[in-house]
Structures are given as C-alpha cells and as structure tokens.
Design a protein around this ligand. Structure first.
Ligand code: ADP
Ligand code: MG
Ligand code: ZN
Length: 431
C-alpha cells in the first residue's frame, strides 16, 4: 500500500470569551465555578424559556470568518441539531446547518469550508457508578471551523492548527486554551488507494472516513493521525475497508479507540430554529467589523520595517501576548528593535518583568558601561605604548595600521569588547 495517500479534514471548536452565554444572560466564564450555579431557565432548557442571540458572539464569529478569508453570508439562520445525550438539556443543540455565518475561506493553501455559530453543551463528570452533570458550560458561545479535506500528512495539520490558534488569540475572541477545553480539535482521516498527483480521481474522496473526537493538544492530533494512517493502511493491505466511525484518542496508549460506528451514526433531524428569526446583515455592518494586524502581517512588518531576524520575528509574533509585550517595550526605549528582541527571546528577565524593566535593561545594554569603558581605555593605553611605530605609521597616513591596533586591543580585552566601539575609542586616542 505504498501508493496510499492520506485524506484529512479538520473540525475545530473554539469557545468565545464573551461576557454572557450565547442565548441567555448567564456568564460565559464558567471555569472553576461551583457546578450548576451558572445557569438559568434558558440554558437549563426549562419549558417556555426563549433564546435571544448574543450580538457580540455573532460579531466575533464574523471576525473569525473574515480572518480566515471567508465569504460572510448576509443572510444566516440558526437550526436545531438533535441528538440525545445527558449533557444536552434541550435534546438538541442550537447550531447552524445550511446557512452558516461564513463559507469558502482559505488559510495558507488549505480550504475553509465553513465557520458557524453554535452553543456548547454541559459537562459530564463520572465518579464510580455515578454520572453527574454540570450545566455551567451549557450555552457558552462556540464557533465551529470546518476545513476541506485538503491535508495529506500530520505535520501540515499540526502547523495549520498552530497557525489557526495564533490567529484566534490575535483576534482576542477566545483564550483558545486547550488545557481548559476552549479549543478542541477533531481530525477526519481516510486513505486514497492511489497517489494523488498521478490520478485523474484527485477530487474523488474515499467512501469512508474516521473521525477522532475532541483532542486537546497539537501533538495528540498529530499522533492520532499517524496512528490512524498506520491502522487504516494495515486494513487496506488485507483488502478490508476501514469502518466509517467515530473514535477517541487515548492519551496513555497514544492509540485511537472505537466509540461509535456508522450503524449508530446520528440522524440529527436538522430543522430551522423556530424561536430565533433568520438574521439579515447589512454589508456596511460586515465591513465595519475590523480585524487587528494578523500574525503573518505583523511578522512581515517586524522583518521589513524593524529589521528583525526572521527567526526572532517568528518567535515574537507566535503569540499575541508576546507580540504586544515586545511592542510595548519598544515604545519605551531608544534601543534597537533587534536588541530588544534578543532580550525577550533569550529571556534575560522573567516574563513577569514589566515592559519598563525590559526597556531599562535594553538601554543599559546598548550603552557601554562605565567600567567597560575604563577597561577599554587601559587596554588601548597598553597596546599603544607597546607599538610606538604603529602610531608613527598611522600618523603618516597608513590607515591599515588601525585594524592591526583594533585586533591587538580586542586580544587584550580577550574578545570582550565591541569592535566598532574599540575602533571609535582608538581613533580618539590617536588624534
Ligand atoms: P459530517 O457530515 O460527517 O460531519 P462533513 O462532510 O461535514 O461530514 O465533513 C466533516 C469533515 O470531514 C470536514 O473537515 C471534511 O473536510 C472531512 N472529510 C470529508 N470527507 C472526508 C474523507 N473522505 N476523508 C477525510 N476527511 C473527510
Ligand atoms: Mg461533523
Ligand atoms: Zn443561562
């Protein structure tokens, strides 16, 4: 099966950090709260309660769509997606089906199918024989991003997800903290039995796919994909078609395990949410939603305008907090951007240090210290007195002598001096 080509598409869920939940006024900040204290009749699905969409959440969903170069639909609506699970109090999730907020985007060379708005579920807690449910998270705004099945290996998936994570954090719509579950990833994997490049069947997808649910680290996504490619290859080699199913990733064994197969696959019975009228946006409203400078543009600017080394620009733009910190320090000092970058990249101070402390340090490092200058002065004096003929030759116009003297002083300083500063000070002494 050397000629197999993996086909991979991704579904990513991002919890928005709006003040309130998606359809009620409960706080969206449920983390660490006493179970079932962050609830109301709407997010508990008590009879008669009516959902009212969160304007900010919709705006932020549009923002994500724009950042992923999507077309924003002017007409969009909510739908009910039915399934039975105890963490879903209504028996359906309010989501979007055929008219999502955003469609047809791109991030790098990978297609974005859609970006839609939905609500998070509650959380199940299992203890011994009991299962408990906490509805604090129920109704928290959730954005789902679906990609085209454009990926062919685990490494490009990981890079894409890291890039997406960085963008979400730049937009400041979510902390996208995977430990807390605010960003969750689901790869769908299948194998084509031929090489893509040489085939006219390029657009034809395998007739099955395996979805690995709810992974919370880039590396686990990578490992899950690699495990699936190996597992499915082995099946195909035995001329078996892998079962279309949903699997989970076991972090202890680094393997995927079957959860439910096609036979039990859900018929979600999608239909338009009757309690929320369809929404129609004006183009002027869509246009008024502005994007911040995105990571790729910021990196370009750091390289072109600030003349940072590419590797440093990459590190400093990888997370919005670091980028902000760097620019804050820069605004407070006259030291060169690269010297400030060096300080931050080499972690010369702890990350808890204030921008002021960094700025001060950057300036002090740019300025030669007085003790350094004194040492340099002494070294120059001793080199000059040991080389009287060099001074005569220099004064006679033989300028190459200067470089010889710089070399001698550097040697005297055991390399612990800045060559251009040595040259400057030597010239002063030779006058
Ligand atoms: P479903 O309705 O089962 O959720 P979708 O068509 O919405 O399926 O696709 C869900 C995800 O699976 C998308 O990211 C898509 O790119 C991906 N996908 C679709 N078909 C395949 C396939 N044959 N192999 C791998 N991924 C696929
Ligand atoms: Mg799906
Ligand atoms: Zn509520």
């Amino acid at each position: 099966m050397k000629s197999c080509t993996p086909v991979i598409g991704l579904e990513i869920h991002v919890e928005l950090n709006t003040k309130s939940k998606m359809f009620c006024q409960c706080s969206a900040d449920y983390f660490g709260k006493k179970p079932n204290t962050n609830t109301c009749p709407v997010c508990l699905a008590l009879p008669g309660a009516l959902p009212v969409p969160n304007r900010k959440a919709l705006e932020w969903c549009i923002k994500i769509g724009k950042a992923l170069n999507c077309k924003i639909n002017l007409k969009t609506k909510f739908d009910r997606k039915h399934y039975f699970y105890p963490d879903l109090p209504k028996g359906y999730q309010i989501s979007q089906y055929d008219e999502p907020v955003a469609v047809k985007g791109k991030l790098g060379k990978f297609g974005i199918t859609r970006v839609h708005m939905e609500e998070d579920t509650g959380k199940l807690l299992h203890s011994g024989d009991d299962s408990l449910v906490d509805f604090n998270r129920s109704g928290v705004p959730l954005v789902e991003i679906v990609t085209e099945p454009d990926f062919t290996n685990s490494e490009e998936v990981k890079e894409f997800l890291q890039q997406l994570h960085t963008i979400i954090r730049y937009l400041e719509v979510s902390d996208a903290d995977m430990e807390k579950g605010s960003m969750r990833m689901e790869p769908n994997i299948s194998l084509r039995k031929f090489k893509v490049q040489s085939s006219k069947f390029k657009d034809e997808l395998p007739n099955y796919k395996v979805e690995v649910k709810n992974i919370n680290s880039f590396n686990f996504v990578k490992r899950a994909i690699e495990f699936e490619i190996k597992r499915q290859t082995e099946l195909l080699e035995k001329s078996e078609t892998p079962t279309q199913e949903t699997r989970g990733f076991d972090e202890k064994t680094m393997k995927t395990v079957s959860q439910r197969s096609k036979e039990e696959a859900h018929d979600y019975r999608y239909f338009p949410e009757p309690d929320i009228p369809p929404m129609v946006f004006k183009q002027s409203y869509i246009d008024s939603i502005e994007l911040p400078e995105l990571p790729s543009a910021k990196k370009e600017r750091f390289i072109k305008k600030l003349e940072l080394k590419e590797a440093d620009a990459a590190i400093l733009t990888q997370d919005v907090e670091i980028a902000k910190f760097f620019e804050e320090v820069l605004a407070k000092t006259n030291a060169s951007p690269q010297s400030v970058a060096n300080l931050i990249v080499n972690k010369k101070l702890s990350t808890e240090s204030s921008p002021d402390e960094f700025a001060k340090l950057a300036e002090n490092m740019a300025k030669p210290k007085e003790t350094d200058l004194a040492n340099l002065g002494a070294a120059i004096k001793s080199v000059l007195s040991a080389n009287p003929e060099a001074i005569i030759n220099f004064k006679a116009g033989k300028e190459t002598v200067l470089m010889f003297l710089v070399g001698q002083v550097m040697k005297e300083m055991k390399g612990q001096a800045n060559a251009s500063l040595v040259k400057e000070e030597l010239l002063k002494s030779l006058k």
